[in-house]
Design a protein around this ligand. Structure first.
Ligand code: ATP
Ligand code: MG
Length: 163
């Protein structure tokens, strides 16, 4: 049987922490869908289309990685896709409580779906999309923390704001 995993998130923007989790995921699962949550935040920095484009470009060499968007209940989306697994990343103890709640709630909603937690490489454990946006908007360097394409897109947004 082939295993399909869904990796949900807002990916606003995709960071090297996300990339690390996906790269580990492709070694465990036959296919992974990066599922970008519609309307997770009211004013995202990157539009849905930009986030999809970025993820597709970054993983273009991986035929087993698919990029999609979803809204509504995650377990309903996972079921629709006929996936068996939800992948989540765990950075620190601070992620644990919320992730634990979500995993158990999702299990209650659909007991056939299993949540799998993965830990990133140490150098990515402190990275979040929110922190990247904050540091970048204050003029800090995010090189090495996000894919090159994201760095480039951030710079374009920065310039657009100044103009
Ligand atoms: N650096 C990282 N290492 C491991 N897992 C991560 C990392 N960043 C995010 N994740 C995980 O990826 C999934 C999707 O996360 P999400 O899109 O919310 O990213 P985020 O960086 O937490 O963004 P935000 O700061 O907007 O909350 C979650 O399971 C989250 O725990
Ligand atoms: Mg988060």
């Amino acid at each position: 049987m082939s295993t399909l995993a869904v990796y949900p998130g807002s990916f606003d923007p995709l960071t090297n922490g996300h990339v690390d989790i996906i790269s580990r995921g492709v070694r465990m699962f036959d296919r992974i869908i990066i599922a970008i949550l519609v309307n997770a935040e009211k004013s995202p920095m990157f539009t849905m289309q930009e986030r999809v484009e970025i993820a597709r470009e970054v993983f273009k060499a991986y035929p087993q990685v698919e990029v999609d968007t979803f809204n509504g209940l995650l377990v309903d989306y996972v079921e629709r896709k006929q996936a068996q697994v939800i992948v989540r990343g765990l950075r620190a103890v601070s992620d644990f409580e919320f992730e634990f709640q979500m995993a158990l709630m999702n299990r209650r909603l659909n007991a056939k779906i299993e949540t799998v937690f993965m830990m990133p490489a140490e150098q990515y454990t402190y990275i979040s999309s929110r922190l990247i946006k904050e540091v970048f908007s204050l003029g800090g360097r995010v090189h090495g923390l996000v894919p090159e394409l994201v760095e480039q897109r951030l710079r374009e947004k920065g310039l657009a704001k100044e103009a």
